[in-house]
Design a protein. Structure first.
Length: 379
């Protein structure tokens, strides 16, 4: 017979307490069990990802060793035309910047006085010729009289002398006429060369005097770069060496020239020696007076493997580079040739093939044996 009577109030609170105690004991038992050990993993080496500027492939380059030079460009062929006669300027039709050809009329002077002078010389020549004709006839007559013994030999000699004097007068008058004719021709002033008028000194109505400059014509087809070179460097410079240079205003355009001659004397103040470089200018892009800056090519190689100088390393006196074989850095011994400090490149004569990727710069944390990832190629 079951007893369904409820527990007295004094024992009801003991049941929840007992449950809490059981749970706490169970939790303590679980906490005393050892924690599971994590799975053991092997150490994996780190792979460094390289940037595009960190790696360069060995390329075939033609290296040049250059001697820096600078100087002014001047037209090789230019002329300052001066007046040969005096006269008023009637015409000066061609202004600065206009192209002319040899023989084109640039200035015309007034010819009134010159024409009158030529007329006077024509008359003087006619008079001299008439006197010569008369003296010749007298000599012939005297020669016949001498044969008939009507005159003496002295009379014939006098007649012969008159002929010679008259003949000399003809020559003198003819020369004076030629001078007058040339003066008249000189009143029309022509360009002596093909080129461009760079300066005009006279205008119509002004008075020109002998040896007075009238205009300057410049031929820009060929220029001369006058470069100052230290005397200590002259033994390395010789005619025929190439020159590359740039001029402000032309961006990245590079001009070329060739050493054609070297001044035999040094400048008194600077002790520098002028080297003359011929520059072809077929498109007339360069102008006389421009300033050029470049270098004389002292030595030049054919296409050879080249790497940046920044890629070189020195290990126990041996020159090496870090090349990348697969994804691994390998230290490679190299032999060097021509070096161009201006371009920051050096020739590799042995140790690297064209196309081999090498570290272009020194990176912290990378050494021989390091694993790297090359940057993704573009394109």
């Amino acid at each position: 017979m079951q007893n369904n009577q409820p527990l007295p109030p004094s024992k009801r609170w003991m049941i929840p307490v007992a449950i809490v105690v059981v749970i706490a004991v169970a939790g303590g038992v679980m906490s005393m069990r050892p924690a599971p050990k994590p799975a053991e993993t092997k150490d994996t080496p780190a792979v460094m990802e390289l940037a595009a500027g960190d790696v360069i492939r060995v390329a075939a380059r033609d290296l040049r060793v250059q001697l820096p030079v600078s100087g002014a460009l001047n037209a090789q062929n230019q002329a300052t035309v001066k007046s040969k006669v005096a006269g008023e300027v009637r015409e000066a039709p061609i202004a600065e910047g206009i192209r002319v050809k040899r023989g084109d009329v640039v200035v015309r002077l007034d010819t009134a006085d010159l024409t009158a002078r030529l007329g006077a010389q024509d008359a003087a020549l006619d008079d001299a010729r008439a006197r010569f004709a008369l003296a010749t006839k007298n000599r012939e007559n005297n020669n016949e009289l001498l044969k008939q013994k009507f005159i003496s030999q002295n009379a014939l000699d006098t007649a012969q002398n008159s002929v010679e004097l008259a003949q000399a007068a003809v020559k003198s008058a003819s020369a004076q006429r030629d001078i007058a004719r040339r003066a008249l021709d000189d009143a029309v002033v022509r360009s002596p060369i093909d080129g461009i008028i760079s300066k005009r000194y006279v205008q119509a109505g002004e008075k020109a005097a002998p040896d007075m400059p009238l205009f300057v014509v410049v031929d820009l087809a060929r220029l001369i770069l006058e470069a100052q070179v230290p005397a200590s460097e002259i033994p390395r410079v010789q005619a025929g060496q190439g020159v590359t240079f740039a001029v402000d205003g032309f961006g990245q355009r590079v001009f070329t020239g060739e050493v054609v001659r070297i001044n035999p004397a040094a400048e008194a103040g600077s002790r520098a020696i002028t080297v003359y470089v011929a520059v072809a200018n077929p498109d007339n892009a360069l102008r006389s007076g421009m300033y050029a800056k470049g270098g004389i090519t002292l030595n030049k190689s054919t296409l050879v493997p080249a790497v940046p100088i920044s890629a070189l390393r020195q290990t126990d006196g041996v020159t090496t580079v870090f090349k990348i074989d697969g994804n691994k850095v390998v230290e490679q011994v190299v032999k060097l040739g021509l070096r161009n400090d201006d371009d920051g490149l050096v020739e590799v004569t042995d140790g690297l093939a064209i196309g081999t990727p090498v570290l272009a710069v020194k990176l912290d944390g990378i050494k021989a044996g390091s694993l790297v990832k090359l940057p993704a190629s573009k394109g």
